[in-house]
Write a protein that binds this ligand. Structure first.
Ligand code: GRG
Length: 283
C-alpha cells in the first residue's frame, strides 16, 4: 500500500495554478521526503480490516499524512524544537527559510481537509472523518500535547503526566488513523473499540521507541538528530523508567495491541504486521 500512498501524495501536490512555485516546491520537499507513512498505512489497513477497498480510502490516508507533516515542519522551527535534520534532509526552514516553512505547515493543514473532502462517500461519512481529524489535530490533542511538551515536565513527575502528553502529541494522530479507517469501513462498535485499543497501545509503544532511539539510534538511519532529549534535559520514558523497563513496556504494549486485534481474525493481518514493525523499528 506504500507505493499507492506515495503516488497519491505526489498527485495531490502536483498542480494548482495559483500556488506559488516556491511554496509548491517546499510543500513537496517536506511531504514527499521519505517518511515511514505509518499513519496513512494505518488508515488503509484499518479500512481493509473492515472490508473497505483501501484504494478508495487514499484521500483520507493522505489527509492524515498532511496533518502529520505540517506538525513536523512546525515542530522543527527555531521557535519550537529548532531542528536541522528531518527525514534525512535539511529541515524545511533550513532549506526554504522560516517564513515559508510556517506557510508550508499552514497550507498542509488546510489542504488536508480539502483532500479529505475528496472522498467519494456519502457526506455523512466525510463529515465524521473531518470531525475526527479536526479533533485529533486541535487544542485538546496534537496542539495541546505540543504546548505541554514544550513547557516541559519536572524531573519528579509521574509517568501518567508523561503519558498524558504523549497520548495527545503522538497518540491522537495514530488513533485517529484507525478510527478514520473504521468509519470508512462502517465498522460496528466492537470493531471500533478493538481498533481504538490497538492504536492506543501502538501509539504509546511508538513514542517509547522514539525515546529509546533518541538515545541509542543512528542519526543517519533515523534521518533526524539524535541525543536531543538528553541535551535538553527532557523527561522521557527512559529517564523515568530506565532503558530496560522502557523496552519491556514497549513489548508489553505491542503484545496488548496485537491481542486487541484478535476479534478481527485474519482481516487484521496487515495491522498485526505493522505492530511488529513498531516493536522492531530502527528508524
Ligand atoms: C507543531 C502542533 C505541532 C505539533 C508537533 C510532531 C510533533 C508534534 C513533534 C515532533 C517530535 C516528536 C518526537 C513527536 C512524537 C511523534 C513522532 C515520533 C513523530 C515522528 O513521526 P514518524 O517517526 O516520522 O512517524 P516520519 O518522518 O517517519 O513520518
Amino acid at each position: 500500500m506504500r507505493p499507492e500512498i506515495e503516488r497519491a501524495l505526489d498527485r495531490l501536490t502536483h498542480s494548482g495554478e495559483d500556488c506559488p512555485t516556491r511554496l509548491r516546491e517546499a510543500i513537496r520537499y517536506s511531504l514527499l521526503a521519505p517518511g515511514k507513512r505509518l499513519r496513512p498505512l494505518l488508515v488503509l489497513m484499518a479500512a481493509d480490516a473492515c472490508g473497505f477497498n483501501p484504494m478508495e480510502g487514499l484521500p483520507a490516508a493522505c489527509a492524515v499524512e498532511m496533518v502529520h507533516c505540517y506538525s513536523l515542519v512546525h515542530d522543527d522551527l527555531p521557535a519550537m524544537d529548532d531542528d536541522r535534520l528531518r527525514r534525512g534532509r535539511p529541515t524545511c526552514h533550513v532549506k526554504f527559510g522560516e517564513t515559508l516553512a510556517i506557510l508550508v505547515g499552514d497550507a498542509l493543514l488546510a489542504q488536508a481537509f480539502h483532500v479529505l473532502c475528496q472522498l467519494e462517500m456519502p457526506a455523512e461519512y466525510v463529515v465524521r472523518c473531518c470531525r475526527e481529524l479536526a479533533a485529533a489535530a486541535g487544542p485538546e490533542s496534537l496542539v495541546g500535547g505540543q504546548v505541554d511538551d514544550l513547557a516541559g515536565l519536572p524531573a519528579d513527575c509521574e509517568l501518567a503526566d508523561l503519558e498524558r502528553i504523549h497520548r495527545r502529541k503522538t497518540g491522537a494522530l495514530i488513533t485517529v488513523s484507525t478510527r478514520i479507517g473504521a468509519i470508512l469501513g462502517d465498522a460496528d462498535a466492537p470493531t471500533l473499540a478493538a481498533l481504538d485499543l490497538y492504536s492506543q497501545n501502538l501509539g504509546l509503544a511508538f513514542q517509547i521507541t522514539d525515546d529509546l532511539l533518541d538515545i541509542g539510534g543512528s542519526s543517519i538511519v533515523l534521518g533526524k538528530t539524535t541525543g536531543k532529549d538528553a541535551a535538553q534535559g527532557k523527561v522521557t520514558y527512559p529517564t523515568l523508567l530506565g532503558e530496560a523497563a522502557s523496552r519491556q513496556r514497549t513489548a508489553d504494549l505491542i503484545a496488548e495491541a496485537r491481542d486487541a486485534l484478535r476479534p478481527l481474525g485474519y482481516r487484521a493481518t496487515h495491522l498485526d504486521a505493522l505492530a511488529q514493525f513498531v516493536l522492531q523499528r530502527d528508524r
